[in-house]
Ligand binder design. Structure first.
Ligand SMILES: *[C@@H]1O[C@H](CO)[C@@H](O)[C@H](O)[C@H]1NC(C)=O
Ligand SMILES: *[C@@H]1O[C@H](CO)[C@@H](O)[C@H](O)[C@H]1NC(C)=O
Ligand SMILES: *[C@@H]1O[C@H](CO)[C@@H](O)[C@H](O)[C@H]1NC(C)=O
Ligand SMILES: *[C@@H]1O[C@H](CO)[C@@H](O)[C@H](O)[C@H]1NC(C)=O
Ligand SMILES: *[C@@H]1O[C@H](CO)[C@@H](O)[C@H](O)[C@H]1NC(C)=O
Length: 396
């Protein structure tokens, strides 16, 4: 833990003590909380008062009630002081297709020193969206592919704790252009077959710690997208879903940049892949300095997966992948090929490092395989299954 983080946690502690002071209860702003009445306007009014208070206010969403928000709702800053949002009651989306645009159900924008916590559930009532998506995917892709549950944009010094996100129409939690984020002990759940319901997506953000949280969704538990650096992910339970992913990056020929990602002490089960990096051909930029360490997998399709061919149209350049370490990856693969490292011929993967890998299949012939292509790097210690690497790349 960095000194900055310690200072920040002390600050939060003081903030919590201070928040015994001004509290803006949404019920005092005519919110009803019966799950039927539209409480959008009341929540916004209470927010505006809290945000305008110079004394570190708390927006209180009290327990034992269901607050219906009927439309895309933004809680905007900047605020006059640090601000706390205590979600103890539940917040619900309408049980219908309520937008045809790409929007966020709830978004916090342009806020410094924001603390979002509480025992409440934010429920996206996603089933109707997933059914619509399944039915219309071929003709109306963008029509249904459209709503993120909880979004943070341009927020610095942000702490998200304890809350539960459920059944999002699409991604559950997104951070975009944020700095200094702590996510601790949150729970995200949606059925394993719900489309595009990623747990967290992080983009253009720095200094992020995600810890002690549980993700069970239909897509990536955590997706790290371009512009992101210094991410520590630890003590995560992931599954079902698609695992913990960096990417996809470089789609449409764009430049990507992801660095300093450390994923450690995590459990992954019943997922399509375990830890993976996926990039599109034709992109540029880099993914570098990534470590996946002490990861237990159970019935995971491909526990280790690097794919630089996230399209079948072959093109010259690619997002460069370098200095990626896999240390202490243990458990059960659901497929025979447990390790897939598929790198580009023109921009091969370099500086890969494997140490203490032990993967097998369940029952019968337990032997699994590793397949590698254009993969440069080294191994140390016991590696099961054996991995063929090309040695260090010239010029490294
Ligand atoms: C992030 O935290 C560090 C350390 O506490 C602090 O120095 C820095 O100003 C913060 N960044 C922003 C954008 O608030
Ligand atoms: C994450 O969000 C960014 C910014 O909105 C987007 O470009 C990217 O495609 C998203 N990634 C995933 C995996 O959803
Ligand atoms: C992530 O861990 C590294 C190494 O322990 C540390 O230097 C860095 O400050 C941590 N970053 C965050 C955001 O917690
Ligand atoms: C992974 O499994 C080992 C052996 O059972 C155990 O000691 C370790 O605590 C597990 N790691 C996590 C993150 O649960
Ligand atoms: C188990 O599977 C491996 C990999 O396909 C194969 O090489 C080996 O011969 C199999 N062993 C037995 C006993 O069938």
């Amino acid at each position: 833990m960095s000194i900055g983080k310690v200072v920040w946690l002390c600050f939060l502690f003081l903030l919590k003590l201070a928040t015994a002071g001004p509290s803006y209860n949404v019920l005092e702003y005519q919110a009803v909380g019966d799950g039927i009445t539209d409480d959008t306007a009341a929540l916004l009014k209470a927010w505006n008062s809290a945000c305008a208070d110079k004394r570190m206010a708390t927006l209180l969403i009290p327990s034992g009630k269901n607050f219906l928000i009927s439309r895309a709702t933004s809680f905007n800053g900047p605020c006059k002081s640090a601000i706390s949002v205590q979600i103890d009651g539940n917040i619900m989306a309408p049980n219908k297709i309520w937008t045809k645009k790409a929007v966020n159900f709830i978004s916090f924008n342009n806020i410094n020193n924001l603390f979002v916590h509480g025992q409440g559930i934010i429920d996206g009532q996603g089933a109707i969206w997933w059914n619509c998506f399944r039915k219309y995917i071929s003709i109306h892709f963008s029509y249904v592919h459209s709503c993120q549950l909880l979004n943070f944009e341009n927020c610095n010094n942000l702490d998200v704790r304890y809350i539960k996100l459920r059944n999002g129409p699409r991604r559950h939690l997104a951070f975009h252009s944020c700095t200094n984020i702590t996510v601790d002990q949150i729970t995200v759940t949606a059925p394993g077959n719900s489309p595009n319901t990623d747990g967290i997506n992080i983009s253009d953000s720095q200094h992020i710690e995600i810890t002690g949280s549980t993700f069970a969704t239909g897509d990536d538990c955590i997706a790290i997208s371009s512009g992101t650096s210094d991410v520590n992910i630890t003590k995560i339970t992931c599954g079902p879903g698609h695992g913990i992913s960096i990417g996809s990056l470089g789609k449409g020929g764009v430049a990507a940049a992801v660095e300093k990602v450390h994923v450690f002490d995590c459990n992954i089960f019943n997922t399509m892949t375990g830890v993976r990096i996926k990039t599109w051909q034709g992109g540029s930029g880099f993914v570098r300095d990534v470590t996946f360490e002490r990861i237990n997998v159970t019935q995971v399709g491909a526990p280790i997966d690097i794919n630089q061919f996230y399209t079948d149209a072959p093109q010259g350049h690619a997002v460069a992948i370098s200095n990626v370490k896999f240390i202490g990856i243990h458990g059960i693969s659901a497929k025979k090929t447990a390790i897939k490292i598929d790198c580009s011929g023109t921009v091969p993967c370099t500086g890969l490092f494997f140490d203490d890998i032990n993967l097998a299949r369940f029952g019968g012939n337990r032997t699994v395989l590793a397949s590698t292509k254009n993969a440069h790097g080294t191994t140390k210690g016991k590696i099961i299954p054996p991995i063929k690497l090309l040695g260090n790349y010239e010029g490294q």
